[in-house]
Design a protein around this ligand. Structure first.
Ligand SMILES: Nc1ncnc2c1ncn2[C@@H]1O[C@H](COP(=O)(O)OP(=O)(O)OP(=O)(O)O)[C@@H](O)[C@H]1O
Length: 242
């Protein structure tokens, strides 16, 4: 799917309850930039927001629209347009081998088994993973699993790629490689990360606290504000003041 800087997702007056927690209370957002980062303390609602954008979580009230599709009405169509890298690779990987894992997305999009597997093998070579195709996913390291998840989510070239802390287990060379990859691909990217250095080149940063937006703008403005807030909070925690 080709993408542009026009709006690709809209979150309109959303409330979301998860268990006993009221995560969002009337959240509204318009998303149009190509690379958007979500930052905030643990439990602030970042993963929940990603899961609403791919239809895994449906709002209790309000609407979420992605590429013109209401997630409540068009849940089954969303995987054709939205890829997601989960925070925990074990929540994403469902096949025994790397090849099967990577071929799954293209197969779902209608590719033949031969074409899907050829694409999977090419993708592995392009990302420095020659010889990985037949490896059992269960025997990969955590970082290697994360890498396979990143490749699996982007191999079908979705119009929107959602990434929930995709770099946390990757070594520095792979972080830099994938930062460059994400900068190049045409898809819109919405990424959660606690590694603020990886977000400097993004087009927009949204800072969430307790399900509400407390900062929204260019990384040059929002990242220093968030860093200052987190530093103050760390000082309070250390002093036993929270
Ligand atoms: N499966 C669940 N069942 C019930 N409550 C949940 C569930 N997952 C998350 N929550 C709650 O929803 C709130 C938002 O969680 P969420 O995972 O969206 O936060 P987050 O900002 O992604 O956190 P982190 O930075 O720790 O990954 C938290 O209060 C959390 O306790």
């Amino acid at each position: 799917m080709s993408v542009s800087q026009t709006q690709f997702a809209s979150i309109d007056s959303v409330t979301l309850q998860r268990g006993a927690v009221s995560v969002f209370q009337g959240l509204s957002l318009e998303l149009s930039e190509r690379r958007i980062a979500l930052v905030g303390l643990n439990g602030s609602g970042k993963s929940s927001l990603l899961r609403m954008l791919n239809g895994l979580l449906l709002p209790d009230e309000g609407t979420v629209t992605v590429f013109g599709l209401d997630t409540r009405k068009s849940r089954r169509k969303l995987p054709r347009h939205v890829g997601m890298v989960f925070q925990n690779p074990d929540h994403q990987m469902i096949f025994p081998t790397v090849l099967e894992e990577l071929a799954f997305g293209p197969r779902q999009m209608g590719a033949t088994r031969a074409d899907a597997e050829a694409l999977a093998r090419r993708t592995l070579v392009q990302h420095g993973c020659d010889g990985w195709a037949e490896r059992p996913v269960a025997l990969l390291s955590e970082g290697q699993k994360q890498l396979v998840c990143l490749l699996g989510a982007s191999i079908s070239e979705p119009g929107l790629l959602l990434c929930d802390e995709p770099f946390s287990g990757l070594d520095l060379s792979l972080r830099l490689h994938f930062a460059a990859h994400i900068a190049e691909i045409p898809a819109h990217v919405v990424m959660v990360s606690h590694d603020l250095d990886m977000l400097c080149e993004f087009d927009r940063v949204i800072w969430l606290e307790k399900g509400a937006i407390v900062g929204d703008g260019h990384p040059d403005v929002i990242l220093p504000e968030y860093r200052a807030f987190a530093t103050t909070r760390a000082g309070q925690l250390t002093a036993g003041g929270l």
